[in-house]
Design a protein around this ligand. Structure first.
Ligand SMILES: [Zn+2]
Length: 111
């Protein structure tokens, strides 16, 4: 399985989780946090490479050593710590987005 297949499989699983999460009845939702909050170094390298070394929110170039990695669907709200749910972010965008949902969406990937 190459890196793109791995990413697509993870994205598909994530989409299914988002849909299932959306149809749960309000009031019985219990946020189950991913026990893992931080991606492994290898996965952070993959995300930074996939994102072309740019912040996925503003498009600015972010050096690997300065890069932050943001949960698109926030970890605190049940978002998974997977490469499908993580994007490269600059510090400014990461602070601005915090754990909001829908305030900022990642820019499309450009290859
Ligand atoms: Zn940014």
């Amino acid at each position: 399985m190459n890196i793109i297949d791995k990413f697509l499989a993870a994205a598909k699983q994530e989409l299914i989780r988002w849909i299932l999460r959306g149809i749960k009845l309000p009031g019985i939702i219990q946020v189950q946090r991913d026990p893992v909050r931080i991606l492994s170094k290898a996965d952070r390298d993959i995300v930074h490479y996939r994102d072309g070394g740019k912040c996925r929110y503003c498009g600015e170039k972010v050096q690997r050593y300065n890069a932050q990695f943001d949960h698109v669907y926030p970890w605190a709200k049940g978002g998974e710590t997977t490469i499908a749910n993580m994007v490269t972010s600059c510090q400014r965008c990461n602070l601005s987005k915090a754990d909001s949902v829908g305030k900022m969406w990642p820019l499309p990937l450009s290859y």
